[in-house]
Design a protein around this ligand. Structure first.
Ligand code: FE
Length: 175
């Protein structure tokens, strides 16, 4: 009996460990049962490139995050504290994704928005992990992994789009 309890504890700890490291792995351990939830097949011209083509135009970090579902460490991204007026585009295909008008400081260490610039421009994918369900946010034109959306954001939407800086390219309004 004691041996069984030990195994239960060991397995639980292992599962917790897996859950916490999957954000930092360069591939999606927890995306095995993904399904596109919304906006699939809407009229947006898709961009397809081979892995080699993406590697040519992206930095290794941008590639790991957008094409391999990576996550930058919190408080490390260049747009976390960015508060200038402008538009955040997809770093892969230049599609407008988020506006500074909808950006807020969530304290999480990642750029956070309570709204997408145009709901057609992103798609949401359900991620079924070992112990948690999350909604992944991808670019609807090139399928770049951007981050996740949670329902603990501020009014008026109550949403929090938690996005990697490395998936974005900021263009200021003045320029
Ligand atoms: Fe894109």
């Amino acid at each position: 009996m004691r041996e069984m309890m030990t195994w239960v504890v060991v397995l639980s700890l292992f599962a917790l460990f897996l859950g916490s490291v999957t954000d930092y792995l360069p591939f999606a351990l927890n995306g095995s049962t993904s399904s596109v939830l919304a906006r699939e097949g809407e009229m947006i011209e898709k961009v397809h490139k081979t892995e080699q083509e993406w590697r040519k135009i992206l930095t290794p970090e941008q590639f790991a995050i957008t094409r391999r579902k990576g996550t930058e460490p919190p408080f490390s991204g260049e747009y976390n504290k960015q508060d200038e007026n402008g538009v955040y585009r997809c770093v892969c295909c230049n599609l407008d994704l988020f506006s500074s008008d909808h950006k807020f400081d969530s304290g999480t260490g990642w750029p956070s928005f309570w709204q997408v610039i145009d709901s057609q421009n992103v798609a949401e994918v359900e991620e079924n992990g070992f112990f948690m369900k999350r909604i992944e946010v991808i670019c609807n034109r090139c399928e770049a992994h951007l981050g996740h959306v949670f329902d603990d954001g501020p009014p008026p939407t109550g949403l929090r789009y938690c996005i990697n800086s490395a998936a974005l390219k900021f263009v200021g309004s003045e320029s």
